[in-house]
Design a protein around this ligand. Structure first.
Ligand code: 5RP
Length: 214
């Protein structure tokens, strides 16, 4: 089984901060760089350009949480590999952006980021639009460490044939709860960004992934 990739969410407010975070080895350790929503808000879409230019071979996510089709068109032009769409977006938004991503023919993919209750029917509907990737964003009201319910929720999405990425307070300590699941990626934001040494913390997380998915 392929091991989950490690994605760092650049939830910061400037490119200076982003490069400070990525420097010192973090960029070598993570598999996926996420241009976070806050970074996009503060720096605009050229944040994606900077990251693409400096990391031409990294998987790059633009976490724009799209809710309108023309937002998607604008972001796709900046060549991220992956683009997020909010689960509450109207159906034509998810369908339209995904169609455009496919038609651009550059291998770009959309991801539905779960931000509310959803049903298996929703997942099947997204799939019918050509979306094969879901971000399981742990419900904010689910406090404490990740546990059995998160594992079950992830399994439902996996069983629907989705590529699944897990996020929401994910940390070194929480990895055990989802060990062994065939997950595409694990997104860490605060646990890495707020660590005393982000590069060392990402390495520790990556090493633990290696052990738990061996
Ligand atoms: C939330 C996000 C965050 O970037 C991602 O979930 C990382 O969060 P955390 O700081 O909890 O690890 O996109 O929508």
């Amino acid at each position: 089984m392929e091991k989950p990739k490690l994605q760092v969410a650049l939830d910061c407010k400037s490119m200076v901060e982003a490069f400070r975070i990525l420097g010192g080895g973090l960029d070598d350790t993570v598999d996926i760089v996420e241009c976070g929503t806050m970074l996009l808000l503060h720096e605009g879409l050229h944040a994606v350009d900077y990251l693409r230019t400096i990391y031409p071979d990294k998987i790059l996510v633009a976490d724009f949480k799209c809710v309108a089709p023309h937002f998607g068109s604008a972001v796709l032009e900046h060549e991220p590999n992956l683009l997020t769409i909010l689960s509450q977006a109207e159906d034509h938004v998810a369908a339209g952006i995904t169609k455009e991503a496919i038609e651009r023919g550059k291998g770009q993919e959309t991801q539905i980021e779960l931000y509310r209750d959803y049903t298996v029917e929703d997942v099947r509907k997204w799939k019918s639009y050509g979306i094969n990737h879901i971000i399981y964003n742990r419900p904010r009201d689910r406090k404490g460490p990740w546990g059995e319910q998160d594992r079950k929720d992830l399994q439902v999405l996996i069983d629907e044939g989705m590529k699944v990425t897990a996020t929401g307070g994910m940390s070194y300590e929480n990895l055990d709860a989802i060990a062994g699941l065939p997950i595409y990626a694990i997104i860490c934001g605060r646990s890495v960004l707020k660590a005393e040494d982000p590069a060392a913390e990402a390495k520790r997380i990556k090493q633990r992934i290696e052990e738990l998915w061996a």
